[in-house]
Every structure is written in structure tokens, then in C-alpha cells.
Design a protein around this ligand. Structure first.
Ligand code: HEC
Ligand code: HEC
Length: 393
């Protein structure tokens, strides 16, 4: 089963693109740098977008009245701006087998804002609290944005072809496409609940920083309650479409970090062995090593093969990892995490509960349980080889 399901993408890849010809390092650069080969105007947009991403907004510029942080880079800053983050973000939801997922709009929505501007505080309004109607709470960690433009550049069909919602091949792994707004294929967010980067960014600037946008010119209400008079004097929208476009250019043009060679040649050889084991024990059934982007108007993203180690699909990871839901994903379903740049991180899984890569693997349940057992059945040396391989990604 493992063999046939991994051979197919390799074959397809030869037939469709000639994998040997397209070089995955073309889209790689040191952490935080843009894709190599951007045009002058694209590079300019990247630079202007980066300044906005790093800019600390003040209440006088529209921050709040409810917010979590003052800039994008407050949360996406490790090891450079655009990277992952250690600031947890609280999300809540209500799930019921009969009625499905409810994002608690009337109680202030699924994203909690942990800060308020001074004017709101003076009016006696406190940061949002977890509503009693919530059946689940999670503390999400910001993932790295390096290379995320490549995820947007994959053709829908290349993702959908890997989905097997009813597990027709009987390998215990289904994989469902994420659901974005208007029924579009979801790719972004840990529940694959957003279809495009622009939409995610617009959501982040509103939800995390409290800036209103042309599409959503009304402020969020604290736990669903009315806002105090005068707490938000800045005219809406507080950020313009042109700024959102620049943010999208920055995020979408971030290159992904290159593969790392381990210092010790023995470790390097063991890591190469680990790559073969990663494949043979079935990790690749969800952590798809590479994709090729479709045709793209940005030449730097046009038909590029890149390392991803994700199928961009949702998988049931078992009850231990279950917490919040979204309309398109049950509490136990999560999008396969991209493993590129894993060596830059120190907290793992959606809420950072695993403090080592090994722990993250041992917490895989549900559809990933048999791969986890096969990992546990390896000798300690071979387990170490897999971990060394993961350290090179
Ligand atoms: C308070 C912390 C915080 C701030 C501020 C923040 N983010 Fe995030 N970001 C997160 C978290 C947490 C996630 C994961 C969300 C999820 O899993 O659904 C995330 C996810 C993302 C993603 C999707 C990544 C993926 O793998 O699908 C993008 C894109 C993104 N953020 C961009 C931005 C931009 C642009 C800004 C500024 C406008 C911003 N973020 C501000 C915490 C933050
Ligand atoms: C059924 C699909 C599936 C299989 C099989 C699978 N994974 Fe995962 N993996 C996931 C999902 C989904 C997540 C995210 C879970 C979460 O955040 O709660 C994940 C997360 C991870 C992470 C944490 C990454 C991070 O940055 O947080 C690592 C490391 C990892 N997997 C390695 C492996 C290894 C090694 C194997 C083989 C033993 C494996 N996975 C098999 C789906 C899978």
C-alpha cells in the first residue's frame, strides 16, 4: 500500500514535469529573504510590504479597540520577520455532533482579543473572555510564512487528486480538502479554512490588530457587546486596499529556507537513511515531499518544483489532538503541517504542545496512528536517523 501510493506521485512527476529538470532550490533563500528572480517592481513591493508587516500600529492609526498585538511581526518574528512565533492566540468554538460547528459570532467570534486600547479600558471594557458557550479552547502558535506563496500557487487539481475522503485505497489514510469561503478549496490556517492569502491577511489585520478594511469596515464587538462611545475615533476603513496588496506581496514572495547539511558526516549519512525510512513507514502519505506550482504570472513562482512535506489536506489526528472546529473541519481534523524549515522551530503541533520533534511524532493519532506505531517499532538508531533527516529539512 505504501509503495503504490508513493510511486504514483513520482511517476506523475516525471510524466508531467520532468522532475529532474526543475530544481527545487530555485525558490529557496536564507530565512526571511524574498524569492530569487523577482522583478524590480516585485522586489519593491516586497520591501514596502515588509515595512507594513513590521510596523507597530497605534490606536491613533486604527489599532483596536480590540486587538492581540500591534504588528504582524509581533507574532511572526522567529528567526526573522515572516517566520513563526511564540505568542499564543486563543481560539474557541462550539461543536455538537447534531448541529455541527458554531464559531460563536454572537459572543464575539472564534478569535479572542486579549488586549483593549486605553479608551476602552477607561470605559470599563475588559479584554475578551472565553465565552461559556465554548466547548473547546486552543492556544494556536503562529506558523512560519516562509514559502507560503508557493502553497497558493499549486493548482487545485494537484491537491484534490491526493484526497481520499472515503479511504477507497484502504490504507487507513483519507485526507479531505479544506473548505474556504464560497466553497473554495481551503489551504491556509491550521484547519485549511482559508482559500487565499489575501483573504487570510485581511482577516489577520482585522482580528489580530483590529484595523478595519474596505471589505469589513465595522469594528469587532467585545464578546459581542456594543463598543463604548468614542473608543474608536479613527474613520473606517482604517487600512486601504493598496496596503493589503503590499502585505500580500511581502508574505507571498517570502522564499523558503534551503535544506541544511548536518556538520557531522556520520549524522548526514544517517539522515539520508532516515529519508528512506520516512518514506517506507508512511510519513509521506500525508507529508508529501514536493509539489510543482501551476502557471503563475510571477515568473519566480511559475511551474516551480518545491519541497513542502505536506499534502495540504485535512486528516483526523485522533481525540488527543482534538480541540476547536471550523465549518469545514471537525475538532480532530488538522491540515498536514509543512515540515520545511523545521530546524528553525522549537515548539511543535498546532498549539505548541510538543517541545521536541520526537514528541510531536509520538502525539500522532487517528489516521496517523499506524505510521506512528511503525516509527515506535524502529530501533532507537533508526528512529534517530528519521529525526536527523527531519533536522535537515
Ligand atoms: C497575535 C498573533 C498574530 C498576529 C499579530 C498575526 N498573526 Fe498570522 N497567524 C497567527 C496564528 C496563531 C496563525 C495560525 C492560525 C491558524 O492556524 O488558523 C497565523 C497564521 C497566518 C497565516 C497562514 C499560515 C498558514 O500556514 O496557513 C498567514 C498568511 C498569516 N498568519 C499572516 C499574518 C499577517 C499578514 C499578519 C499581520 C496583518 C499576521 N499574520 C498577524 C498569529 C498571528
Ligand atoms: C495521517 C496523516 C499524517 C501522517 C501519516 C503523519 N503525519 Fe505528521 N502531521 C500530520 C498533521 C495533520 C500534523 C499537524 C497536527 C497538529 O498540529 O496538531 C502533523 C505534524 C507533524 C509534525 C509537527 C510539525 C510542526 O511544525 O508542528 C512533525 C514533526 C510530523 N508531523 C512528522 C511526522 C512523521 C515523522 C511521520 C511518520 C512517522 C508523520 N508525521 C506522519 C499528519 C500526518
Amino acid at each position: 500500500m505504501i509503495r503504490s501510493s508513493t510511486r504514483l506521485p513520482i511517476l506523475l512527476c516525471f510524466v508531467l514535469t520532468g522532475c529532474g529538470i526543475v530544481d527545487e532550490t530555485e525558490v529557496e533563500a536564507p530565512a526571511g529573504a524574498p524569492f530569487p528572480g523577482l522583478t524590480t517592481s516585485e522586489s519593491e513591493q516586497f520591501g514596502l510590504g515588509q515595512a507594513l508587516f513590521n510596523r507597530a500600529f497605534t490606536p491613533e492609526e486604527g489599532l483596536g479597540p480590540l486587538f492581540n498585538q500591534v504588528s504582524c511581526s509581533s507574532c511572526h518574528d522567529l528567526p526573522t520577520s515572516g517566520g513563526h512565533g511564540a505568542e499564543p492566540v486563543t481560539k474557541v468554538s462550539h461543536f455538537d455532533e447534531r448541529t455541527g460547528c458554531n464559531l460563536l459570532k454572537e459572543d464575539g467570534g472564534d478569535l479572542l482579543q486579549a488586549s483593549v486600547v486605553p479608551a476602552l479600558r477607561t470605559a470599563g471594557i475588559l479584554p475578551e473572555r472565553i465565552p461559556v458557550s465554548a466547548t473547546a479552547v486552543t492556544e494556536l502558535r503562529a506558523p512560519s510564512l516562509y514559502g507560503i506563496g508557493l502553497v497558493e500557487a499549486i493548482d487545485d487539481d494537484d491537491i484534490l487528486t491526493r484526497a481520499d475522503p472515503d479511504d477507497q485505497d484502504g490504507d487507513g489514510i483519507s485526507g479531505r480538502p479544506g473548505l474556504g469561503p464560497q466553497g473554495l478549496l481551503g489551504r491556509f490556517g491550521s484547519k485549511a479554512q482559508h482559500a487565499t492569502l489575501s483573504e487570510f491577511i485581511e482577516n489577520a489585520i482585522r482580528g489580530e490588530m483590529g484595523l478595519t478594511t474596505p471589505d469589513h469596515p465595522t469594528e469587532e464587538r467585545p464578546n459581542g457587546l456594543p463598543l463604548a462611545e468614542g473608543s474608536d475615533p479613527v474613520p473606517d476603513p482604517e487600512i486601504q486596499t493598496s496596503d493589503l496588496t503590499l502585505l500580500k506581496a511581502y508574505v507571498g514572495f517570502l522564499a523558503q529556507p534551503g535544506r541544511r547539511t548536518l556538520d557531522n558526516p556520520e549524522d548526514q549519512a544517517a539522515g539520508e537513511e532516515g529519508e528512506r525510512i520516512f518514506e517506507s513507514i508512511g510519513c509521506v502519505n500525508c507529508h508529501t515531499p514536493t509539489f510543482v506550482t501551476g502557471t503563475n504570472q510571477t515568473a519566480a513562482l511559475d511551474q516551480k518544483r518545491f519541497r513542502i512535506y505536506s499534502d495540504v489536506l485535512l486528516h483526523d489526528m485522533g481525540p488527543e489532538l482534538a480541540d476547536i472546529c471550523v465549518p469545514g473541519a471537525r475538532p480532530s481534523e488538522w491540515r498536514t503541517t509543512r515540515l520545511v524549515g523545521l530546524y528553525l522551530r522549537s515548539e511543535f503541533l498546532h498549539d505548541g504542545r510538543a517541545r521536541s520533534v520526537r514528541d510531536a511524532i509520538l502525539m500522532h493519532g487517528g489516521e496517523a496512528e499506524s505510521a506512528r506505531y511503525r516509527f515506535q517499532d524502529l530501533t532507537p538508531e533508526l528512529q534517530q536517523s528519521v529525526l536527523l533527516f527531519l533536522r535537515t529539512l
